[in-house]
Design a protein around this ligand. Structure first.
Ligand SMILES: NC(=O)c1ccc[n+]([C@@H]2O[C@H](COP(=O)([O-])OP(=O)(O)OC[C@H]3O[C@@H](n4cnc5c(N)ncnc54)[C@H](OP(=O)(O)O)[C@@H]3O)[C@@H](O)[C@H]2O)c1
Length: 254
């Protein structure tokens, strides 16, 4: 049984930034041959310069099924695929426009679905999706985020049966300091982080590496399938909602 990634072919969709980039970095360090994929070629190339090892880049837009299909037609079969790509907009149901809500579901849920549908994986390989703790710990300022994450987790459980023996899992992060949050003003971010540090059992905000390690754990553990691994610093079990009543994440620009 291979618990390691040595010489394994790994695709990280969303590998140009944040959790995906940290996962790619860890996979490379473990001897994997890694392809990072996202929409922006410049961002991908810049990310690749940080990764010393066997790394290639691939432009793909998970909103576009043709783009996804042609990536797999050209790249062939992978041992492990990780999907951390998404671009969603946050807001209460009353405040978020339906267009923004549909676009968010299209990006995070349907984007992962398109990858799963087109993915070419070795029988002893794995697919790992990234959900989020709001699936279990709803926030009044982001009900849609919770629903999207719950949909991702539901998809994982069904796919684990459909794709068997290929294993399919999800990792559900809590609050993680990534470029995703750079859309907030520095004051907003500091206030949210201070609040989280004070209220989380681990007394700190998460780092991308915390999630990357969990992703590679489920990817390489041959007995893990249909699992949703929560790595949230205790946010789900905490008695206080760490994001507060009014989630200070402004609407995304893209
Ligand atoms: N950070 C947190 O606190 C947190 C908490 C819970 C869950 N999550 C989830 O974790 C995942 C990763 O988040 P992150 O914080 O690492 O975000 P991030 O730093 O913003 O990275 C998102 C990645 O997705 C890519 N991407 C976005 N839309 C895409 C598309 N249509 N096609 C292909 N690639 C696309 C981006 O690259 P391009 O712009 O180049 O396309 C980027 O590489 C997301 O699903 C997020 O919802 C994050």
């Amino acid at each position: 049984m291979a618990y390691n990634l040595n010489e394994k072919k790994v695709l990280v969709v969303g590998g140009s930034s944040g959790i995906g980039l940290a996962t790619a970095e860890l996979a490379v360090a473990q001897g994997a041959i890694v392809m990072i994929a996202s929409r922006d070629e410049g961002r991908l190339k810049q990310a690749a310069t940080h990764l010393s090892g066997r790394v290639s880049v691939r432009v793909v837009d998970t909103l576009n099924n043709d783009s996804v299909v042609s990536m797999f037609n050209e790249a062939g079969i992978f041992d492990h695929i990780i999907v951390s790509a998404s671009s969603t907009k946050t807001g209460s149901v009353r405040n978020l426009t339906l267009e923004d809500a549909y676009a968010s579901m299209d990006s995070k849920f349907w984007g992962a679905y398109r990858i799963a549908k087109a993915a070419r994986l070795n029988a002893n390989g794995s697919l790992t999706l990234v959900s989020g703790f709001l699936s279990q710990r709803p926030n009044p300022a982001a009900p849609l985020q919770g629903a999207i994450n719950a949909a991702v987790e539901g998809l994982v459980r069904g796919l684990a049966l459909e794709f068997a023996p290929v294993r399919v899992n999800a990792v559900s992060p809590g609050l993680i300091d990534t470029p995703l949050l750079s859309r907030m003003s520095s004051e907003q971010r500091r206030a949210m982080f201070d609040n989280a540090k004070e209220k989380l059992p681990v007394q700190r905000v998460g780092a991308s590496e915390d999630i990357a390690q969990a992703i590679l754990f489920v990817a390489t553990n041959p007995y893990a399938t249909g699992s949703v691994v929560t790595v949230d610093g205790g946010a789900t079990i905490g008695s206080i909602n760490i994001l507060g009543q009014s989630l200070p994440i402004p609407k995304a620009t893209s």
